[in-house]
Design a protein around this ligand. Structure first.
Ligand SMILES: NC(=O)c1ccc[n+]([C@@H]2O[C@H](COP(=O)([O-])OP(=O)(O)OC[C@H]3O[C@@H](n4cnc5c(N)ncnc54)[C@H](OP(=O)(O)O)[C@@H]3O)[C@@H](O)[C@H]2O)c1
Length: 294
């Protein structure tokens, strides 16, 4: 059984993952800016500080920390926070692990399907594809580069390029279940790669329990939904009417600013490589949503 340190362990994915890891008899501790519990340790990324007790008997780090991409408008200072909360934090972990010579068995990091850019194309993006050239891709490029440093120390690195996480506890579904968003957005043809939180957390657990599961994987369901089909299935599942007209792109750009691009654009992302190693529990959006809202 492994000892696992979660950054961002107090968030949506981390809280769920902690329970799952503990159910599998792993020991979990959390790095947080505001430690609240006995198994929480303090870090201060700007000050270059991590409570070194967090590294005792440590086997794996799962790096989930990061300021919410869709939480606030992308001002230039917000953009810096979105990157540094993921990258400066990974760099700090790397420096500490290197300096303290911690024999880590693996570094596992979240990344996003934003790596392939906020663009609607007919292409189905695979792990070996090049990144795009926009801001959301830049976050992911820098984030993954920071994670990959651990391979310089011969520590296996696993990166999960994650789609929209479906959970009953918040996240994207909570935002979509509002009058503005329970309608097709823009032309509604953009794809929405998604993953049920159960499958995502199973992939994180697998990255600890299966030594062959390292490298880069798309963490998305094999199902491909457009914004229109996603919204219709959501409305049907929660028995709420979907607004009969699309929300025009300019309205979203006015409300959300540049951030609107991540809801107005999206391509399909391939789950093939991941599905060759992992049996997804949820391969149909209707089943995933039924589970969440049952
Ligand atoms: N949810 C999704 O749909 C989705 C999709 C793709 C990728 N991801 C990625 O998966 C990771 C986990 O997602 P999540 O939904 O669980 O996120 P979340 O609920 O927003 O939690 C993220 C955690 O990161 C820490 N954090 C927030 N702002 C920070 C900052 N400025 N500096 C350092 N740490 C900060 C917080 O921990 P403390 O307050 O305890 O420090 C927080 O609990 C994120 O990196 C996210 O980008 C999520």
């Amino acid at each position: 059984m492994a000892t696992v340190l979660l950054t961002g362990g107090t968030g949506l994915v981390g809280s769920y993952l902690q329970k799952k890891l503990e159910a599998n008899n792993h020991t979990v501790s959390i790095l947080s800016r505001n430690p609240q519990k006995d198994n929480h340790f303090k870090w201060d990324i700007d000050a270059g500080y991590i409570d070194e007790k967090a590294f005792e008997n440590l086997d794996y780090i799962i790096h989930l920390a990061g300021a919410g991409i869709a939480d606030k408008r992308w001002t230039s200072s917000r953009k810096e926070i979105l990157i540094s909360s993921r990258v400066a934090s990974a760099n700090l972990l790397f420096t500490k692990i290197k300096t303290l010579n911690i024999p880590l068995k693996g570094f596992i990091s979240s990344s996003g399907i934003g790596f392939y850019g906020a663009q609607t194309t007919s292409k189905i993006y695979k792990e070996e594809d090049n990144p795009a050239n926009d801001f959301i891709a830049q976050i992911c490029i820098d984030w993954e580069k920071a994670a990959q440093q651990f391979s310089e120390l011969s520590i296996p690195v696993t990166i999960l390029r994650t789609g929209v996480v479906l959970s009953k506890d918040g996240g994207a579904l909570q935002k979509m279940n509002t009058p503005l968003f329970l309608s097709a957005l823009g032309n509604g043809k953009q794809y929405v790669p998604w993953i049920h939180i159960e499958d995502l957390c199973n992939l994180y657990v697998k990255s600890i329990e299966d030594v062959d599961f390292s490298g880069i994987y798309n963490a998305v369901s094999i199902d491909h939904e457009t914004n229109t089909s996603f919204t219709k299935t959501l409305g049907k599942t929660i028995k709420k009417p979907v607004t009969p007209f699309n929300v025009p792109s300019f309205v979203l750009r006015t409300v959300l600013g540049e951030l609107a691009v991540i809801v107005l654009e999206g391509s399909r992302v391939s789950a093939e490589k991941t599905a060759n190693k992992y049996d997804f529990m949820y391969t149909k959006l209707s089943d995933a949503l039924k589970n969440i809202y049952s």
